[in-house]
Design a protein around this ligand. Structure first.
Ligand SMILES: [Zn+2]
Length: 54
């Protein structure tokens, strides 16, 4: 039995390379840095593209 959940945009994201964490701000309609990672990291966000079903 699976209910159909509405797809909501992610509210947070994390870089899988440097560990930087952002949180989504509805006020700014932009990402806010919650935890600084590497300044020169290219940032590979864990929410990019398709969702991992893990
Ligand atoms: Zn990064």
């Amino acid at each position: 039995m699976s209910e159909s959940e509405p797809l909501s945009p992610p509210q947070e994201r994390e870089c899988v390379l440097c560990g930087r964490q952002d949180v989504w701000s509805d006020e700014d309609t932009n990402w806010r840095i919650a935890h600084e990672g590497e300044a020169h990291c290219i940032h590979e966000w864990d929410i990019n593209g398709t969702y991992n079903p893990f």
